[in-house]
Design a protein around this ligand. Structure first.
Ligand SMILES: NC(=O)c1ccc[n+]([C@@H]2O[C@H](COP(=O)([O-])OP(=O)(O)OC[C@H]3O[C@@H](n4cnc5c(N)ncnc54)[C@H](OP(=O)(O)O)[C@@H]3O)[C@@H](O)[C@H]2O)c1
Length: 327
């Protein structure tokens, strides 16, 4: 089958479009014919050997996809060949077929198109888990989103608005901030220009600071953001797209009685697949109500899918990038 293939751990530049054996489903697994797959930042990290879960070459990267169930492994019930589903097996989705444990399979509404379906599950699953379960974001609170025009960033804006928060979006270009505004952000901060981020956040919150910070960027931005947090605030540690893991000062945690809160949707999904399914059902309700709608930055075909990975690595992606695998 055709796939984007990582033949050796090295760089996204080493990926090739090639052939891999078509997988077959084992016990508790399903085989899915992939219609579309979306990118998540770890898809860039895995071929570089920088992600906590490593693939063994040769493998196809790709954490999530949408498609049609093509075969069932032993012991699988409640799903049939021909069903429209989304899956997030964490690896293997940039290929014509992927195998997924049935635990991470989600039936799709008939009216959801493949591109939307491919971009939906992991991203909105992460933001609901982050904002609701971990951050306990409340209506009226100030939510600061870093990397706000990225895949998780734009979703966090939508999630924050759906929960009644006031959303402050921080991103590196005015074009990216325009996408944040279109998703409903109340305040826009270009953190590549102008005064330091913490001063801009304080100014936007009458000097109080952000109640919840959604930080998928890390590095210096985290260091600045924690200095802009309100008393009793929650800083959600989502990821380190900037490439460096921040060392955050314990005195700030003490003085403002703040909480540093880890969010690991993959670990949560592995431990609590039922809660993950509830999460998806609630997000689909929000989607039906028009509160969530993935911003698709660009759609690529499989032959050009490596360009999508390069765009994400090079900080050029806006919203979700999707690879259309078959019609
Ligand atoms: N903890 C979890 O459960 C979980 C779940 C999903 C994703 N994540 C993590 O969250 C992070 C973001 O994922 P994503 O899929 O939203 O990625 P994305 O779409 O590429 O967005 C990341 C954003 O980070 C900013 N950024 C700053 N410095 C960057 C750099 N040097 N290279 C690339 N981007 C940079 C960019 O915004 P600006 O240009 O505006 O700064 C970019 O839009 C990743 O670290 C990912 O592993 C964690």
């Amino acid at each position: 089958m055709k796939a984007i293939v990582c033949e050796k751990i090295g760089s996204v530049d080493d990926l090739k479009v090639g052939d891999l054996p078509k997988p077959s489903p084992g016990e508790g697994e399903v085989l899915v014919q992939v219609k579309a797959a979306s990118l998540n930042f770890p898809d860039v990290l895995m071929p570089e050997g920088k992600y906590q879960y490593a693939g063994e070459p040769p493998f196809a990267p790709g954490m999530e996809a949408a498609g049609i169930v093509a075969a069932l492994g032993e012991g699988v019930s409640g799903v049939s060949v021909g069903d429209r589903v989304a899956v997030h097996p964490w690896i293997g989705c940039f290929a014509e077929y992927v195998v997924s444990p049935v635990d991470w399979l989600f039936p799709l509404p008939d009216e959801m198109d493949w591109v939307t379906a491919a971009a939906f599950g992991l991203t909105y699953g992460t933001i609901r888990h982050a904002l609701v379960d971990r951050g306990e974001l409340k209506a009226g609170e100030n939510l600061l989103v870093l990397g706000a025009a990225g895949g998780t960033g734009l979703a966090a804006i939508e999630g924050g608005k759906a929960l009644g928060a006031r959303v402050i979006a921080a991103a590196s270009t005015d074009a990216k901030l325009a996408a944040c505004k279109a998703k409903g952000a109340d305040v826009l901060i270009n953190y590549a220009e102008g005064p330091e981020l913490r001063h801009q956040v304080k100014e936007a919150t009458d000097g109080k600071g952000a109640d919840v910070i959604f930080d998928s960027v890390g590095g210096d931005f985290s260091q600045q953001a924690i200095r802009s947090i309100n008393w009793g605030g929650r800083m959600l540690v989502i990821g380190f797209a900037a490439g460096s893991i921040p060392q955050l000062p314990a005195n700030h945690i003490l003085i403002k009685q703040i909480e540093l809160v880890g969010v690991a949707y993959q670990g949560f999904s592995r431990r609590f697949p039922d809660r993950c399914r509830e999460n998806m059902a609630q997000n689909l309700d929000w989607w039906r109500q028009g509160k969530l709608s993935p911003h698709i930055g660009q759609v690529y075909d499989l032959d050009h899918g490596i360009d999508a990975l390069k765009a994400m690595r090079d900080r050029k992606a806006e919203g979700k990038l999707v690879i259309r695998v078959s019609d």
